[in-house]
Design a protein around this ligand. Structure first.
Ligand SMILES: C[S@@+](CC[C@H](N)C(=O)[O-])C[C@H]1O[C@@H](n2cnc3c(N)ncnc32)[C@H](O)[C@@H]1O
Length: 349
């Protein structure tokens, strides 16, 4: 099985560090066969963990991933720097509608979305509409927002096409790139948390109280408060007035370390976007573990300096995993020089 992978081009070498070699099709898009990491019996799609880098092997262990039977798609799911991928069902110069309809006929639902990513100077411009029009003629409904079946295409030198059930894809967005409408968000940072909640499918229904470390100017606090969560926003810097006025927000103008020394409140969620080295930031979050309710969720960014980038991630995750089960780590679309981690408090009883 071959895959189209999407990633942030600035972090290309870390993609290769995690998943092995791939062919770059254009900036941020690759063709991946897994050849350099699968077991020597090439018929299988099973990864040979001995062929993975030590840093990524460490991460997989810290995430408690069973690496004895890891498939290529599981590897791509776990990769921090692969933003999105889809398998390739077929490659062609032009859509053969007989083939397309025969694959589509295997699915019960006729509610589909056509998601095309165009390579530079692609000769296929307009193909999204052409396919959509064809399908509509055959009784299909095009639903971009909530389709049941998704046709994903990379239109580069050729067309690389995959058809999947929407809920089998890791992201609801074309190439894993959500483009949120700028409405009333407080800061661009707000989109990071929004994207993490969507991407990691974080269920916020049972969350009543959250603590936000490094909250200023208030994007993350705003995002959580809008969901009806009571947020304790900790940051010596100012919060945006609109956030301060929300009845379910309290602002603590202290350093997180100082506030946590004497805090007796308990929280269902801790979020942390403090601007500091990942290991220090992870220690502060772990120090808050005693103030968290069972199963509490953590979402935090690990800011990345250029030097020893992967070691920084491993160090921060090692610290965090002493108190939290690490469920996901990703370089998401709205994060710049950082990755975002999602986990939940370990049950220590
Ligand atoms: C990237 S900004 C956070 C943006 C915020 N998440 C939002 O959505 O608006 C980083 C913040 O971390 C805060 N910070 C850095 N060190 C801190 C500490 N020790 N305790 C609390 N806040 C800290 C800074 O004051 C800064 O406001």
């Amino acid at each position: 099985m071959n895959y189209i992978i999407y990633y942030d081009d600035n972090y290309r070498k870390y993609v290769e560090y995690e998943i092995g070699k791939f062919v770059e099709l254009s900036n941020g898009v690759g063709l991946y066969s897994g050849e350099s990491v699968i077991e020597d019996n090439k018929k299988s799609n099973i990864v040979d963990k001995e062929k993975l880098s030590s840093g990524f092997n460490n991460i997989l262990q810290l995430m408690q991933v069973d690496t004895s039977n890891l498939t290529l798609s599981q590897l791509l799911d776990k990769s921090i720097f692969v933003r999105f991928y889809h398998k390739i069902d077929y490659v062609c110069n032009d859509i053969d509608y007989n083939v397309l309809m025969s694959i589509l006929s295997k699915y019960e639902s006729k509610i589909v979305s056509v998601r095309v990513v165009y390579g530079k100077d692609s000769k296929y411009k307009g193909i999204t509409q052409t396919i959509a029009d064809y399908l509509i003629n055959f009784g299909y409904t095009i639903d971009v927002k909530s389709p049941n079946v998704v046709i994903s295409i990379y239109a580069g030198d050729r067309l690389y096409l995959s058809i999947d059930l929407a809920n089998e894809l890791s992201s609801n967005y074309r190439a894993g790139e959500p483009h949120y409408h700028k409405e009333e968000e407080i800061s661009r940072a707000e989109f990071k948390l929004l994207e993490a909640i969507e991407r990691f499918k974080i269920d916020t229904k049972g969350i009543h109280n959250a603590i936000d470390l490094g909250a200023s100017p208030g994007g993350w606090t705003h995002c959580l408060a809008k969901l009806g969560i009571f947020v304790t926003a900790v940051d010596p810097a100012q919060l945006d007035n609109k956030v301060l006025k929300m009845s379910n927000v309290e602002h603590i103008r202290q350093l997180a370390q100082d506030y946590l020394k004497n805090n007796n409140n308990r929280y269902d969620m801790i979020v942390n976007d403090m601007k500091m080295f990942g290991d220090k930031s992870a220690h502060i979050v772990c120090n808050c573990a005693g103030s968290l309710n069972n199963g509490a969720k953590v979402v935090m960014t690990i800011k990345l300096a250029e030097i020893n980038l992967y070691e920084q991630i491993v160090r921060a995750i090692t610290i965090l995993s002493s108190k939290f089960n690490i469920l996901n780590i990703k370089k998401l679309f709205h994060t710049r020089q950082e990755v975002i981690v999602y986990g939940c408090l370990k049950n220590t009883k």
